[in-house]
Design a protein around this ligand. Sequence first.
Ligand SMILES: [Zn+2]
Length: 359
Amino acid sequence: MNWDDLRGHGGQVEMLRRSIARGRLAHAYLFAGPAGVGKSGFARIFAQCLFCERHADEELLACGECSGCKQMQGESHPDFFFVGCPEGKGEIPVAVFYGSGDKRGKEGLIHDLSLRPMAGSRRVAVIDDANKMNEEGANGMLKTLEEPPPNSLLILIAENLDAVLPTIRSRCQLLRFGALSTNDVTELLLEKELTTNATDAASVAAMSDGSLQTAAQLLNPALRTLRERLYGFLSEPDMKPLDAAKTLTSGLDEIGGDTHEQRRGAGWLIRFAQEFYRQTVLVLSGESLAGQSIPSEVQQFARRLQSRGLAGTELAMDLFDRCVLAENHIDWNVSPGKTIESLFDDLARMSRSRVQKTV
Ligand SMILES: [Zn+2]
């Protein structure tokens, strides 16, 4: 990997380069920003630059050919450590920091960082999901941060800055990361072959809030099937709200996951509905839709509204607004099923009452 493989964080690279050139390489950094924008990839490239034998630190470049670079690329560098929260776990296990059982204190990240570098001039450790350290883990790392071992560099990564202990935060140099552009997400999806379909890539990128991770989740086949069903319901002339809500919530159940994931799934359904009405409005207003493929359900729905002239466009906009409102509600303590149910109820009622008005 090299900086060229990364998107959208040129400003952060430049800031690091300048501060290192001024002799200000910190002992610890905290990379903060939304999930899926490339923070951990950034940390790996940063480490590789520091391990590169052909470039001085302040150049912040990696040749890709020296043994330091090769070992980083092969994930076998003896002075590089990367830890994080295991999939499905709520926190980083304490053993990651201290070692476990008889080996407690003789292995684990705190021990590894205290040893002298084996190959390069320093040891680099990355803690992904740093907001998921429990108290014991955080206390151990706090000691390391207070008295950093010589020749060590620690990079903490967190989505949510507020969830990182202030005592830890204050000992790290903060580097903030923003969302990626929709274009960057589209290109990354295709480059990484998460999809080979450019239209799909563009459509999920537009809904991803600038996160590659979110975009990749949206490509989940089960979620896509659910979207197709949703579009089917929304385009029906006489949608039965209860049937729609039932089918869709049981579809969410099939995808499975805990309450948090269910809520997120319901959130996606609402976002898909927004997208449906947004595209309807675009079709009705005759905007240029070059490069965008409009699903047949949207076209069908738009054709029906078209016969009502301006009132049709207004209705589509109102339906869109109702979905935005539902998205705001999804984070409240209402069950996701209830939110979906009342949304469909309203969508059906709004469509019906307008029909009567225009007759
Ligand atoms: Zn190199």
